[in-house]
Design a protein around this ligand. Structure first.
Ligand SMILES: [Zn+2]
Length: 103
């Protein structure tokens, strides 16, 4: 089966965390773009976009998982204790440590 690109990560760190996330769901991921940057040796790896590729058979499953990831990271919540705005990836308030569950 051919490989299809499902995501373009902002940097290598994000690409690797997404690869781990998809891998835990049984989706095999191939990263492209990384080797290019390290071979050039001039660009800092964190400004080079890294693309995620999956087997075409797993494309829809991968897209679903990535969509859920994006929604989660974009959804903000407000702390019930200090009213601070927190990103969806935070499980506790970054300001006062109140768990999200208690809000
Ligand atoms: Zn708080």
């Amino acid at each position: 089966m051919p490989w299809v690109q499902v995501y373009s990560a902002a940097n290598a760190l994000e690409a690797h965390s997404l690869k781990g996330m998809l891998g835990s769901q049984g989706i095999e991921v191939m990263l492209k773009g990384e080797s290019l940057s390290s071979a050039a040796g001039e660009l800092p790896p964190d400004i080079v976009a890294v693309t995620l590729w999956v087997d075409a058979l797993q494309e829809s499953k991968a897209r679903q998982a990535l969509e859920a990831y994006e929604v989660q990271s974009e959804t903000v919540w407000y702390c019930s204790h200090c009213q601070e705005e927190n990103g969806g990836s935070f499980e506790v308030c970054w300001q006062c440590n109140t768990p999200h569950d208690e809000t």
